[in-house]
Design a protein around this ligand. Sequence first.
Ligand SMILES: [Zn+2]
Length: 77
Amino acid sequence: MLPPSDDHEASSYDQPRGTCPVCGDHQVRHLVIGYLAGPPAAASPDWVSWVGCVHPGYNRCCDACGHTWTASAHGEG
Ligand SMILES: [Zn+2]
């Protein structure tokens, strides 16, 4: 299987971090799904976790209260 050839999304991470819907804290962690080869180097802030192809069932986690939820793929979290 060939790796994806277009890496225009891997050069930077510009998703808005957003806030927790439960406690309103800004310490939201993003789980990015689908990068089989690991995170792009120096492309994302430390609050972004690269989880490869294994979907944990959510893609947002609050570091303040531990709440997890799924945000839409596009738009604000
Ligand atoms: Zn929270």
